[in-house]
Design a protein around this ligand. Structure first.
Ligand SMILES: Cc1ncc(COP(=O)(O)O)c(C=O)c1O
Length: 465
């Protein structure tokens, strides 16, 4: 396999591909498609390297669970555009709602003025949220929702005691890129640039290693041991204001053990600490529940949402009780584009689709199909697959280097590109995993065909070495 097949910049030389023609997949050219190479070069010259790490395909159009380029190639989408397009690309109901809203004079920003559509969406979300969540604080992207939850947890803590400002979170979680969200995230390798890291954000060990059987450990004891270690360092529960949980760890779709989350809930209740679930990636039917924390059978004090709230346009929010969301005085933090009326129109239509097309149950049902097929793939390629994880249609294949047996980001990257050449759109996670997250509207046949094509891609990867 050629070096630099898919590194942190696009590969520009068209690579040989198998020609594929099925009702779902069409690969008719070498990839990247020769007619797109010039534009890929332009992209590489115009965008920073950090933005040039995905497979070199110029998306031209997409609908439902299919993506096309202008050279006539077509892919089954296993990305949902970074786990966002839950109801599928360009759903007609969402498109019509957006067009209707814009044509009716609704193409206006609104800042903090109220509007009917914003009120309608807030009422709808509160109706869907757990009963103690009676307010919605709107934002534009998920990272902002995390910043907001961080700020609210600290405001609340500081109102209780001047020493109550410590935040707990988990190692290897991802919560976003902005300063606070980045620090709540757990990838320490990415943090040397922080000149003065927030010393009151503490990362608990994530309560599972990939592939580790959840039943083999006493997770409540594991939690309490780690909390005790913090207490020895002076971070006693009375100094903690909030705990963040990435509801499933997104990089590899890894759920937490239920008894761990339940023990954390009991501890938070005992000490009056907010438990904050980051549902930016997992919300809105992605895991076979409206919100993934429902799998753990616990209450979420604050719920951060984004991505699948619209399946399209930017919109995010924190859901929670007024007694917490009202802690900030008027105008303390506002943002220009939050709850843009066009995004609200998209969100309302998106929610209608989730319920009218029964996507919560469909996600769970199709998730069972995906799990069975992915387990077969793991049995077939033990040299490449360390484990498969996930719930609903949020699935992760944990990839190892076939030589060393170690989890390996580079092998995942090469397999990602091989899968794209076989007509399955994947995105590079930049961790040792491949994510299988198709739009929830995917046909059963396409789901099975896409996983079968992953097997073909893995086979060709092994043959080419
Ligand atoms: C779990 C989680 N939280 C927060 C974010 C940040 O959201 P955004 O990219 O919209 O800022 C993401 C984005 O991938 C995410 O997966």
């Amino acid at each position: 396999m050629a070096e630099s097949v898919l590194t942190n910049t696009f590969v520009h030389e068209p690579q040989p591909t198998p020609r594929i023609e099925t009702p779902y997949r069409r690969i008719r050219t070498a990839l990247p498609a020769p007619e797109t190479v010039e534009d890929l070069r332009k992209a590489a010259s115009l965008f920073p390297v950090v933005n040039c790490y995905q497979p070199p395909v110029i998306w031209d159009s997409a609908d439902g669970f299919l993506i096309r380029d202008r050279a006539g190639n077509q892919w089954i989408d296993f990305t949902s555009t970074a786990v966002m397009t839950n109801t599928g690309h360009g759903h007609p109901a969402i498109r019509d709602a957006v067009v209707r809203h814009v044509s009716g004079g609704g193409l206006m920003g609104q800042f903090s003025f109220a509007s009917d559509i914003r009120i309608e969406l807030a009422e709808r979300l509160i109706g869907l949220a757990p009963s103690h969540c009676d307010k919605v604080y709107f934002w534009t992207v998920g990272s902002e929702a995390i910043e907001c939850a961080l700020r609210l947890a600290r405001e609340r803590g500081l109102q209780q005691s001047p020493e109550r400002f410590h935040i707990l979170t988990h190692q290897a979680d991802y919560h976003g890129w902005t300063l606070g969200a980045h620090q709540v995230s757990g990838d320490s390798a990415r943090k040397p640039w922080l000149a003065t890291p927030d010393s009151a954000i503490h990362h608990l060990p994530f309560p599972r290693l990939p592939g580790q059987a959840s039943e083999s450990v006493d997770w409540p004891a594991f939690l309490h041991e780690n909390l005790l270690r913090l207490a020895w360092r002076g971070i006693t529960p009375d100094k903690v204001c909030g705990v963040f949980i990435e509801t499933l760890q997104g990089w590899g779709a890894v759920p937490l053990p239920t008894d761990y989350v339940q023990a954390l809930r009991r501890w938070a209740d005992e000490h009056g600490i907010l438990l904050i679930f980051d549902e930016v990636q997992t919300g809105f039917a992605r895991t076979g529940r409206l919100f993934a924390h429902e799998h753990y059978g616990v209450r979420a004090d604050l719920i951060c949402i984004g991505k699948g709230l619209t399946s399209t346009l930017p919109l995010a929010a924190v859901l929670g009780p007024g007694e917490v969301l009202d802690l900030l005085p008027p105008a303390e933090i506002t943002t220009t584009h939050a709850a843009h009326p066009v995004s609200c129109a998209a969100a309302l239509a998106n929610l209608d689709v989730i319920f009218s097309e029964n996507l919560i149950a469909e996600s769970e049902r199709k998730g069972c199909i995906a799990e069975a097929k992915l387990r077969q793939l793991a049995d077939r390629f033990p040299q490449l697959i360390a484990d498969v994880e996930g719930l609903g249609l949020l699935r992760g294949i944990h990839i190892r280097n076939p030589q060393t047996g170690e989890l390996c980001r580079e092998t995942a990257r090469d397999l990602t590109w091989e899968a794209v050449k076989h007509g399955v759109m994947l995105f590079q996670v930049n961790r040792p995993s491949i994510k299988v997250c198709p739009p929830l509207v995917i046909d059963d046949d396409a789901l099975v065909e896409g996983i079968r094509a992953l097997g073909d891609a893995f086979e060709s990867y092994l043959e080419s070495r």
